[in-house]
Design a protein around this ligand. Structure first.
Ligand SMILES: Cc1cc2nc3c(=O)[nH]c(=O)nc-3n(C[C@H](O)[C@H](O)[C@H](O)COP(=O)(O)OP(=O)(O)OC[C@H]3O[C@@H](n4cnc5c(N)ncnc54)[C@H](O)[C@@H]3O)c2cc1C
Length: 410
């Protein structure tokens, strides 16, 4: 088998690795990109339902805040030196015009994730980097000041190695956590990992019966084991035969997982009204329309099956007339409408998770260059690090921005 000598070997052809290889090769570094799959960019291809929500129009402090305080602070340099506007310019110059959709998301005008992958591979080719598919990294060691890398297709030596092998989510796309072992080998700490951006499992049969219902304008929050909210979202919620899916529940998954089986999800079905305002409006309706049924106080935009379920969990007789509605009954329905809590033991796991929370410890990797503070010449970027963001293009944005920094120094 042959041995290739390269200046830079990038491991993993996802968003971070492709960008790192393009940048390194454009600087004139002899760069080889190793990808486990036959072709790079598989996750980009399946992202955003095949449409690829590449990035966002959010910016500055607001953008950083999306990743949480600690992770946002870490990403500050990457995001300021390569904000969404820069990524947009890059991808549009590569031939893929983008347009903004709801919630500040940017998608290709063509609605085809494939166009993004084709453009990135073309840029990679143009940069002079060599792409090797079906070339998983299986071993890595240091020989004096050079890295020796093993693949089933031969050995490589390199002055710099960029690890961009992703996390553990969607393992069938090639991301099986390989990078963690290589990082551990060089002394890195891997923080505990959890699936994030995944549908939530709920074991309540009545929730399964609501399968197919979509709610908009409802606020849900993840409560920790002490009942304190950790994160909340007011985005669409889809009831499924296993629990809850859609943007809001998926955004809560990382926080749910961190509670190790003790999380609850709290619903506020009428976030625009306080409890007092809601009760007052019900009392007024009872005064004016005492012969109406209790069910009539529930908002009409809630699907009938949902209204019936809410009355049932509140132990309210739907045929009860408003004039005869007891104070306790009213309080029970109020508690449901402004604070129904569902025990949510877990998400559906890595097989359904769009990202991995946790990974290589941030304080061991220089946020300005992505170089390991423990091993000179080793770079770590993308989802392999302890970085994750919510739905909305934030994960690609972070991966591209970190990959760029690695490629500019490696
Ligand atoms: C279904 C789905 C939809 C998504 N939609 C969006 C979206 O619309 N917008 C958004 O911002 N984010 C989205 N994400 C998240 C986004 O895909 C990831 O955050 C992003 O891909 C991370 O980039 P990365 O380069 O760090 O890792 P990855 O894209 O995971 O790339 C890692 C690469 O490394 C390769 N690899 C692994 N081990 C080895 C090895 N030993 N040797 C060689 N190669 C190896 C893998 O095959 C893979 O190609 C989605 C994720 C999923 C699963």
């Amino acid at each position: 088998m042959t041995t290739t000598h390269a200046d830079v070997v990038v491991v993993g052809g996802g968003a971070a690795g492709l960008m790192a290889a393009i940048q390194a090769a454009t600087r004139g570094r002899h760069t080889v990109l190793l990808e486990k799959n036959q072709k790079p960019g598989l996750k980009i291809l399946i992202s955003g339902g095949g449409r690829c929500n590449l990035t966002t129009t959010r910016h500055g402090k607001d953008l950083e805040a999306q990743y949480g305080k600690r992770r946002g602070r870490y990403l500050r340099h990457a995001l300021r030196s390569y904000p969404p506007t820069a990524l947009r310019t890059f991808i549009e110059a590569a031939g893929v015009p983008l347009r903004e959709e709801d919630l500040e998301k940017l998608f290709p005008v063509s609605q085809k994730a494939r166009d993004v992958v084709v453009a990135l591979v073309r840029e990679l080719d143009r940069s002079g980097a060599e792409l090797r598919g079906e070339a998983p990294l299986t071993g890595m060691k240091l020989d004096q000041d050079r890295f020796v890398l093993t693949t089933p297709r031969g050995t490589l030596t390199a002055a710099s190695v960029v690890l961009a092998t992703g996390g553990l989510s969607y393992p069938k796309t090639g991301t099986t956590g390989d990078g963690y072992a290589f990082c551990r080998q060089f002394g890195h700490t891997i923080t505990q990992t959890w699936p994030a951006l995944a549908p939530l499992r709920c074991d309540e049969a009545w929730v399964h019966d609501l399968q197919g219902i979509v709610l908009k304008g409802v606020d849900i929050a993840c409560l920790d084991r002490l009942g304190k909210p950790t994160v909340h979202r007011q985005r669409p919620i889809l009831f499924t035969h296993k629990g809850l899916s859609g943007p809001a529940p998926m955004d809560l998954a990382g926080d749910v997982e961190e509670q190790e089986g003790h999380a609850k999800v709290r619903f506020d079905f009428v976030p625009e009204q306080s409890r007092e305002q809601l009760e007052q409006s019900w009392l007024e309706q009872a005064k004016l329309h005492g012969s109406r049924r209790v069910e009539s106080v529930l908002p009409r935009w809630l699907p009938l099956r949902m209204r019936q379920a809410l009355l049932s969990v509140s132990d309210c007789d739907p045929d009860q007339r408003l004039a005869a509605w007891s104070k306790e009954g009213r309080r029970r329905l109020l508690a449901t409408m402004k604070g129904l809590c569902l025990p949510i033991p877990r998400s559906l796991g890595y097989g359904h998770a769009e990202v991995t929370r946790g990974g290589v410890a941030l304080d061991e990797v220089d946020a300005r260059t992505m170089q390991s503070k423990l091993q000179p010449g080793l770079f770590v970027c993308g989802e392999l690090l302890d970085i994750d963001g919510p739905i909305g293009g934030f994960n690609f944005q972070a991966a591209f921005a970190m990959g760029r920094l690695a490629g500019l120094t490696a």
